[in-house]
Design a protein around this ligand. Structure first.
Ligand SMILES: Cc1ncc(COP(=O)(O)O)c(C=O)c1O
Length: 204
């Protein structure tokens, strides 16, 4: 078995090397932009999960199921804005509605009519949704969900799957990359937050 594993990992490394070489041959302008980006953006991106080695691809345009990078390469996009674009990139009717709505104000800062209509729609189309609280990101939504659950149940612990990613909220950021959880991955975390990790680990 160890011999088979070593043959397999050798083969995997061979494939990684081959495709990394092809990738680098096709993405020279992304490489250049990465060198600029890493001076002003940590890791050269605005979100750590968008970074990958040797450097990420910088996209200039998206439409339907496709995206194009700065080198002119065309890709079928299986990422779809982290799963947001269930209708594909920029369908005409969405672009039209966004444009028309933006002329009426972009960030109103007051309770507004559209948020009520949208919340009503969501409660109609999603089973079991009775009320809605909008948030700006998955991180924020999960943070509120954990707080609400703790407030409602009076309990402290939250169970999460090891290896699961639920955003940057400290309480759910533990166990994301087991067993590689030392600094700097968890630098800045309170010891009390990290102590929950061994508890969850012992349940597996
Ligand atoms: C399952 C899951 N939860 C939470 C998040 C975090 O969402 P956001 O990036 O909007 O903070 C993500 C992001 O990819 C996710 O996939």
């Amino acid at each position: 078995m160890p011999k088979l594993m070593s043959i397999l990992s050798g083969r995997v490394q061979e494939l990684i090397d081959r495709y990394t070489k092809i990738y680098m041959e096709r993405t020279g302008r992304s490489r250049e932009l990465f060198e600029r980006a890493r001076k002003v953006l940590p890791g050269g991106t605005t979100y750590q999960i968008r970074y990958f080695t040797p450097y990420p691809t910088y996209v200039t345009r998206a439409s339907g199921v496709k995206v194009w990078d700065i080198d002119g390469n065309e890709y079928v996009d299986y990422w779809m804005g982290h799963g947001t674009h269930i209708l594909g990139h920029s369908p005409d009717f969405v672009v039209k509605a966004v444009n028309e709505t933006a002329y009426g104000g972009t960030h109103l800062g007051y309770p507004n009519t559209l948020e009520v209509e949208y919340a009503e729609l969501l409660t109609k189309v999603i089973p079991n949704v009775e009320m809605v609280r909008f948030s700006n990101s998955g991180t924020e939504a999960n943070m509120y969900a954990v707080r609400l659950a703790r407030a409602y149940t009076g309990r402290r612990y939250v169970v999460k799957m090891e290896g699961g990613w639920h955003g940057g909220y400290d309480g759910l950021h533990v166990g994301v990359n087991p067993p590689f959880e030392g600094p700097p991955r968890v630098s800045g975390f309170l010891p009390s937050t990290l102590s929950t990790r061994s508890w969850s680990h012992s349940m597996t």
